[in-house]
Structure formats: C-alpha cells, structure tokens
Design a protein around this ligand. Sequence first.
Ligand SMILES: [Zn+2]
Length: 320
Amino acid sequence: MASLDIYFLDVGQGDGTFIICPDGTTILVDLGSKKNGHIAGKDAITTIKGLMKGKKIDHLFVTHGDGDHYNLIPELVNSHGFSFGKVYHSGPTSDYNRDMQGVIASSSSTSFHDQAHSSEKKPLLKIGSASNQVDIFLLSANYPSEDDSDKNAKSICLMLVYGSLKAILMGDAEAETEDFIMDNFSKAFLKADVLKLAHHGADSTNQESWLNVVQPRIVSASADQKWGHPYANTIDRVLKGKRLANIYQHDIVAGSYDASTKDYDWEVLSITEAILTNLYEITGSMGSYWNASGVAYVVQLGDDGSLSVGDTLNNISPWF
Ligand SMILES: [Zn+2]
C-alpha cells in the first residue's frame, strides 16, 4: 500500500525534511547547513537524488531566511538541475542571500501574509485523493509580521495529516509562535505523533505548555552539538510527555506510514545508505540521548498504538 515517507535528512546543525506522499508528490521543507552528512559521508543532496525519479520537487517550503535552512538549495538547483513546482517562504525576500533570491524568483512562489495560518477544516494543501490524501496545514507563518526582526519567530510551521498520523514541522519557531499556534488550533488537533522540535531543540522555545499539547512520540532535533542543541532542558521537557517507551539507538532512516493498515514503519537502510540523524524516540528515562555523529533513534508504532522497535532494525542497542 502507498505510504507517506518522511525523511529527516542528515544535515548536521540545520534542517532538511524530504517527504514523498502516497501519490508520489514530493515536498522539501528546508535544506540547509552541512553538505556532507555524518554517516558515510553521504550528503543530503545525494540522498534526495537517490529518492527522486526526476528532478522536479513539487513543493518547497523554506521556513525562514536563515542559511541553515536553505544554503544547500541553490546548489540543488544550479549544480544538480533540480526545480520546484511551487516555493513557499516566509519573511521578505531580502532575508535570503542572492542565490536563494534567484531560486525564489525563478519559481512560482508564495509568501504568506502576516500571522497566516490554516483553519482546522481547510488545509493549505490537499495532496492525493480519497484514501491516499495527505493534508498539509499551515500552523503559522510570518508571526508576528513579515518585517519583524526575529526571523525565527516568522518560521513556517506545518502539520502533515495522513490517516491517523500527524507530523508537525516547526522550523526555528519561537515560544511566541507556539503560543500563536495554540491560540488558533484546538489541543485535540495539535496532538501529533511526530514533532520536529523548534530551533534544533533550543531551550528558549519548545516550551512545556506546547509539548503538553502535542505530546509527540517521536521527535527530531536536527542538530549537532555545535551550539549545544538540543538543549538538555528541552529534552527534559520532552521526556515529561509520558507517551514513552524505551530508547534505542540506530544508524538510520525514514518514517513511513500506511494509512490503510495504520502501519508506521521505520525503514532501515544500510550504514552506507543511512541518512537520518538526530531522531529521537521519546522515552520515560533520561540518558545521553543525543549523539552528534549521525545516530538516529527509530521506533515502530503498532496498529494498537503501542511503540516498539521494529523487527527489521539491525544493530540496535539499548541506549541506557
Ligand atoms: Zn536553524
């Protein structure tokens, strides 16, 4: 059955999330920071090329104008011949460097109005149809305004909904952005399985009130420890979520969700193919759970909602 595949790419201290919808539609949310991945030297662009059949990505979201969210995109276009069907960005175009301004100018692009967001009943995008439909909701963009000096707060924040799976991608959103989202969406709506933590797991955001609402089972921090991300205080707050199992460590990969079977499978690639880093299963126990050398944490969500480590996972070792 068709699945929704979400790849948290290994870009070190940066963000890059590549999504393949069940109908084949491709979405890239940010691509910036380290060229070479931590694992086997495979870079994020090579990974995307391996996952794509062609060179046109249907939707590109650039969450905000910080280089660690877009600095690899001009290379993807200029050196590798990729193009985008539609580009969405936040903040004024002047937030971006000249190369990225060129990418935006050459594509059909959309910048959202101040404090833009979807309603719960009307997603920004509906991708696919009927049983394989993925809805993409805009949780926030340009908060509080396009011209505000805080680029992070303006981040485009998205929620993907496929069947009963929800995944939230927060860019570098600030605590006030989280408040804005909670003001505009119900708690029930915002409860999600997967959360890409805001701002690489920074302590100044990812506030407890927000984590209590989202209650993620799996978080991605998309960080190395260059700036101390993710912060221990953040992970402490995440771990208070209580929807937790054990932490396991693995070298890999990507989440895939089949809405018809409700099978949430974390596919495992060989070490040379491994692309993910800094994906954390949330557990009830603390440990030295971050690893800057390209380690990801992988789980399966069973039909009954239970969390377990997948049968196909190799080289797993308990984390603590
Ligand atoms: Zn960032």
